[in-house]
Design a protein around this ligand. Structure first.
Ligand SMILES: Nc1ncnc2c1ncn2[C@@H]1O[C@H](COP(=O)(O)OP(=O)(O)OP(=O)(O)O)[C@@H](O)[C@H]1O
Ligand SMILES: [Mg+2]
Length: 243
């Protein structure tokens, strides 16, 4: 994928050469269209899976008693909404506001993440502390869930043996403060300034879009996202969201 240098080169080329600007803009537009089309194609069969699960649930209500059934249904609904979002990728900076319990959202994400670790027989230790009393929150539920999943996925990709990840959240005055902490490989100080830029990745198969889209979402909610890294605390991403 693109590195930070490539992006800078691309921007310079676009500034210097009108023809290059036209071609690059066209390529980016094609890229957006491809993403929308792929998302659309995946959404169709996923909608069928979702409908079948609903039929199973209606015909065999006892399935609800299975461990993780509710969570799985919630995750399928999330994937459908996510693909909906991606299929309108060109409008990805638009927020779709609703009023919801951010506490419930955080708890759901924590449970899904814990289940995914279990499913992989991972020995990563995951803890979460979601302090009750956060009240109603107005914002884009799907995009905020994506932010949390991006941070947790990065943490998971960063930790090795004896990995520890924690997700904490509480309300401080008129702000929700969410922290995702891990004891993984850490981030060299000189890189912390650029990891929020699009297409900056240090992973073989990374796209480098996780943190940049997370930053875009958080800032669109009037919030901030920051990273701190030290041998004592490990890597801590802090998201603040005004209520
Ligand atoms: N918890 C973390 N610990 C160590 N490094 C991290 C952590 N989170 C992010 N990074 C660094 O920041 C870079 C950018 O992260 P980002 O999520 O934007 O992209 P990515 O994870 O590389 O790819 P993608 O998320 O698109 O699959 C990563 O490649 C990694 O080097
Ligand atoms: Mg990532």
């Amino acid at each position: 994928m693109f590195s930070n240098i490539d992006i800078n080169k691309m921007n310079r080329l676009m500034e210097e050469n009108r023809e290059a600007k036209q071609i690059i803009s066209q390529l980016l537009e094609n890229h957006h269209t491809s993403v929308s089309m792929i998302a659309h194609e995946i959404r169709n069969p996923l909608t069928l899976v979702s409908s079948s699960l609903q039929v199973i649930e209606a015909q065999h209500p006892e399935v609800k008693e299975f461990n993780n059934w509710e969570q799985m249904m919630e995750d399928v609904r999330f994937m459908c909404s996510l693909l909906n979002e991606l299929s309108s990728f060109n409008k990805s900076s638009t927020l779709h506001h609703s009023v919801f319990s951010i506490e419930r959202l955080l708890k759901n994400v924590a449970v899904s993440f814990a289940i995914s670790l279990d499913a992989d027989n991972s020995d990563v230790q995951f803890t979460s502390r979601i302090v009750p009393g956060m009240g109603d929150f107005t914002g884009d539920k799907i995009k905020l869930e994506e932010v949390l999943l991006n941070l947790l996925r990065n943490a998971r990709e960063a930790v090795g043996e004896n990995g520890r990840i924690s997700l904490t959240a509480e309300r401080r005055g008129d702000t929700i403060v969410i922290q995702c902490q891990d004891n993984g490989c850490g981030i060299p100080e000189e890189l912390t300034a650029t990891i929020f830029d699009p297409f900056v990745t240090y992973k073989e198969n990374g796209t480098g879009l996780g943190l940049s889209s997370s930053k875009q979402t958080v800032e669109a909610h009037g919030g901030t996202i920051q990273v701190q890294c030290s041998p004592e605390t490990g890597t801590v991403f802090t998201v603040t969201l005004p209520v």
